[in-house]
Design a binder for this molecule. Structure first.
Ligand SMILES: Nc1nc2c(ncn2[C@@H]2O[C@H](COP(=O)(O)OP(=O)(O)O)[C@@H](O)[C@H]2O)c(=O)[nH]1
Ligand SMILES: [Mg+2]
Ligand SMILES: [Zn+2]
Length: 285
């Protein structure tokens, strides 16, 4: 099988894997990953692994809670072979990128779905990954039983909040649903304390939205305060060492991502959004 472009460019879906226990499911972390996954504008499949470690009642609680967030998670146990058929059905006929923090069972999942993983790799691609660094990392693409392709990726721990403040609400299904039903009074409403806002409300993750928005705005303020001239930055690099170089790279990345938000196409997605997903894995650096 031959792919003309890196598989990431044709990717249709992100499979975000978390564990119900070991490590225990932490809602703020999950929320950060979900927002990051939403921000690349692909379909999103949420999979909660290790259901063998929690009671049936607790599984139902999580299902209900995440339904309130707008997600219908697939609960599986790779170890006990539960829920695998349902998961495979969600992956059928699609190119899916695997993501999630370390320890949740991503490698186990690949080995369960593709027992012969070492021999069925259909492509290896590389790209520019991570915080502005020109590092190459290989992405492995596996052919799933039945149909579909799965792209393996290293985990990332703390997704960056590199979004536009105005876009953030779009990455919460709860906010999207409210915006689909009505309009805020102000076009540029950030859904904080503005009058006649349709998003502000008593939904569970509204506090996540507010916290993330704060981080997004802080980040933007920091970037606006950065000197814009090359010369200044170079001086800084010479004077203060490599660490000082980071902000310049972050700034460039930020500019790229704002352009992407205006003209999002899969093609443009090719080089960068995968990079964001691969960022800061435990084996990074
Ligand atoms: N109890 C339980 N443990 C699991 C399950 N799936 C994976 N594990 C264990 O979780 C640990 C981390 O799995 P791994 O696949 O390396 O996670 P990764 O870091 O996301 O690739 C390993 O010790 C696995 O054996 C499961 O369904 N139930
Ligand atoms: Mg792994
Ligand atoms: Zn609003």
């Amino acid at each position: 099988m031959e792919l003309e472009r890196p598989p990431i460019a044709n990717a249709e879906q992100i499979l975000l894997v978390f564990a119900l226990e070991q490590p225990s499911l932490e809602v703020w972390q999950l929320s950060r990953f979900l927002v990051k996954a939403e921000s690349v504008h692909l379909e999103l499949c949420l999979c909660l692994n290790k259901r063998d470690l929690v009671s049936e009642a607790l599984q139902q609680q999580w299902r209900a809670r995440l339904q309130g967030w707008g997600y219908g998670p697939v609960l599986v146990s790779i170890a006990q072979n539960q829920g695998i058929e349902e998961l495979l059905a969600r992956l059928e006929q699609k190119i899916t990128i695997l993501a999630g923090p370390s320890g949740v069972g991503k490698s186990s999942l690949i080995h369960r779905l593709i027992p012969d993983a070492a021999n069925v790799r259909v492509a290896q691609v590389s790209g520019k990954l991570g915080r502005g660094r020109h590092t190459t990392r290989h992405v492995e693409l596996f052919e799933l039983p039945g149909s579909g392709l799965l792209a393996d990726s290293p985990g990332f721990n703390q997704p960056d909040m590199n979004y536009q403040p105005q876009s953030l609400a779009q990455y919460f299904p709860e906010a999207r649903a409210r915006l689909a039903l009505g309009h805020c009074q102000f076009n540029d409403c950030l859904h904080r304390d503005e009058p006649n806002c349709v998003v502000r409300g008593d939904w569970e993750r509204y506090e996540h939205y507010r916290k993330f928005l704060e981080e997004v705005c802080d980040r933007q303020t920091q970037q606006q305060q950065l000197p814009d001239e090359e010369g200044t930055l170079k001086l800084k690099v010479k004077g203060a060492g490599v660490q000082e170089y980071e902000p310049k790279l972050e700034l460039k990345k930020y500019r790229r991502s704002s352009r992407r938000q205006r003209h999002q196409t899969l093609q443009e997605y090719e080089n960068q959004s995968a990079a964001e997903l691969y960022e800061a894995g435990e084996d990074w650096e």
